[in-house]
Design a binder for this molecule. Sequence first.
Ligand code: ACO
Length: 191
Amino acid sequence: MEFPFDINQLFSERISILDQNLIASRQSKEKPDLRVKIATVLDELGKASAKAQDLPAPITSASKLQFQKHQLYLMKDGESSRGRGVVVGFLKVGYKKLFLLDRNGVHIEVEPLCVLDFYIAENLQRHGYGLELFNFMLQHQNVEPVLLAYDRPSTKLLAFLARHYNLRQSVPQVNNFVAFEDFFHKRAVSQ
Ligand code: ACO
């Protein structure tokens, strides 16, 4: 995704981690114009993701990020657009208290890290960027894909998880979250 300003000025790293402060971790917090531009990027990404998933409204925006304890991993390609950079996509995660049904149909209360929103620009999908971004998040959070819960995963995300992490068998839930079979087993072991 291109923007009418220099993406490299906003995000110095190939993958930046944004949170409630909106400003990427290594940046100065004293530049209000940067905040406005970062907010524009987040709002546009949120809209594009909602459109790609057929959602009635974006679930990611600058204002939502400011009020929620989520972390957003934003990937850029710094060389494109005559050196001004383009935004490749983002992945948003956060902890949520959930009631999930285990393999025996018993409700258990858990608070796993959840994949909340994930989007790679249309023209860049299926080029491996999603995998790079997801793996970066896994390393940063020190977590395995099977220990995550997935909020209303799209068909493309389910295919992505099956393809890259062999996650195929999910345990039916009564909410919008998907947890895979080993979620319950591995959780019990790691506790
Ligand atoms: N149709 C089916 N599977 C797809 C598609 C597609 N159009 N695009 C990606 N995939 C899956 C496939 O398993 C594919 O492997 P294959 O090409 O061998 O079949 C694999 O993803 C490719 O991996 P990457 O290139 O690393 O993934 P990509 O960069 O495309 O990112 C993502 C994956 C984020 C799901 C991307 O396709 C996307 O943005 N889709 C639209 C938005 C979306 O559905 N996001 C998930 C929302 S649900 C949530 O966030 C909880």
